[in-house]
Design a protein around this ligand. Structure first.
Ligand code: ZN
Length: 432
């Protein structure tokens, strides 16, 4: 089992040269793609939504902007995001920047690419971090700015820094089509949708060096990231009875040289009929009409991950504080605390005990009933994970991080190791 730590999705835009005809667009990444990921499942026929991380039908999600972005730009984001509301039973409520607890946090800025957490994975992010990035450089009306440069006698090739400078001196000339495409796409992720090109069997990718190099150069992705973002996701999620939809807003553009059969596609700039019916299936007005209900675990109000070195009991006492809710389906839930080094690498073990997939860890399988609600370590102490010092490999003089996660096994659908929550401590010193 391969497990990674959760790291921020940062897209590097390397020395891109601009021309009016071919503007390199950053492909969107999901924070999921940077999260740890486990093995493949074996159920056939799904691909476009992550049902384990959708919100509950009827939820009103609180959305705020992180500092930055003009009112003009923010208003457009709100307008395009809210298109989803017309078709699914889910609300996006945009609240003041000062709001302390929100579900989705949007950053409008330059240079971070376009990306978003998938559905409730936004909960893995702390309240002071955005869950969605929009790269405003790529919202610019590039033709307008290039014309300005040309009129001033500046000769091509133009680069991204020149564009940024022009935008600073003469702001608010935007490309509305592009903005609409990107905003509805990213908000699609925030509601649990995945990339449509991942639909099982839809695209016959050419997995050649030239395809890998293309994403390396345009997006700065290594091979593993290309596998995840472009080729791989298909086998892991549900299609909810929908068919492959090349018009989906969630589809990347595809160039003919990237596919075995020359298949190509220009990305869509508005919601397709398929997008509308999928969001209606995931967030039905009548919950009994839900097409595919899978077990879910909702963690909220995670206030503390307390770790104490207990020299009398000779181990680490780990007490996370949070609220938990389950939905009508029964799944198997595990609370896991893994140990990592200060630089974020899991501490390996081959011990028989205190071993979670080869990592030094302590865990508990919880017996949770459907539709239950529990508070852990709020007021009374009712959950403790204990990690004996003798099972911690030699970390003398080093600091460690404790990584707490909630996993779900959906045994009925043979879908295992769904990451439902994730939180880490800062570096801690162990006693000698
Ligand atoms: Zn995307």
């Amino acid at each position: 089992m391969k497990r990674y730590l959760l790291f921020a999705a940062v897209l590097t835009l390397v020395s891109i040269q601009l021309s009016a005809q071919s503007i390199p667009k950053p492909s969107c990444t999901t924070i999921l793609s940077d999260a740890m990921f486990s093995g493949r499942d074996t159920v056939s026929g799904r691909g476009v939504a992550d049902n384990y991380h959708t919100w509950e039908p009827g939820d009103e999600l609180l959305v705020k902007f992180m500092p930055g972005g003009s009112t003009i730009l923010r208003d457009r984001v709100i307008m395009y995001a809210k298109e989803w509301e017309k078709y699914g039973n889910i609300k996006l409520k945009f609240v003041a920047d000062t709001t302390k607890q929100t579900d989705i946090r949007v950053r409008l800025g330059k240079g971070a690419g376009h990306n978003s957490a998938v559905g409730t994975e936004a909960k893995f992010r702390s309240q002071n971090m955005q869950t969605m990035n929009f790269d405003t450089l790529f919202f610019a009306d590039i033709d307008y700015y290039l014309l300005k440069l040309k009129k001033r006698g500046v000769n091509p090739p133009y680069n991204i820094n020149q564009l940024a400078t022009e935008m600073n001196t003469d702001p608010n000339h935007w490309n509305d089509r592009e903005m609409r495409r990107v905003v509805t796409h990213e908000f699609g992720h925030s509601l649990g949708l995945l990339h449509e090109q991942s639909f099982p069997g839809a695209v016959k990718w050419k997995k050649t060096d030239s395809v890998y190099n293309y994403y390396k150069e345009t997006q700065g992705w290594d091979r593993a990231r290309v596998d995840f973002n472009v080729f791989d996701v298909a086998d892991q999620f549900f299609t909810n009875g929908t068919t492959y939809d090349p018009k989906s807003i969630m589809h990347y553009s595809i160039e003919p040289w990237q596919t075995l059969d020359g298949y190509s596609l220009k990305s869509s700039t508005e919601l397709s009929l398929g997008d509308k019916s999928l969001i209606a299936a995931l967030y039905p007005k009548n919950t009994a009409a839900a097409t595919m209900v899978v077990p879910k675990v909702m963690v909220s109000n995670f206030t503390k991950l307390n770790v104490v070195s207990d020299t009398i009991r000779k181990g680490l006492v780990i007490t996370p504080s949070f609220d938990l809710k389950t939905n009508p389906k029964l799944g198997e839930v595990y609370f896991v605390a893994r140990l990592a080094t200060e630089d974020g690498k899991y501490i390996k073990t081959d011990a028989l005990y205190y071993n979670w997939g080869g990592t030094t860890a302590t865990y508990k399988k919880m017996n949770l009933l459907p539709n239950s609600k529990v508070s852990y370590n709020k007021g009374k102490k009712n959950l403790e994970l204990f990690m004996p010092f003798e099972y911690i490999p030699d970390t003398y003089g080093k600091k460690i991080i404790v990584v707490f996660a909630v996993y779900l096994d959906d045994v009925a659908n043979n879908q295992m190791d769904k990451l439902m929550y994730f939180s880490t401590t800062t570096a801690l010193s162990l006693p000698r």
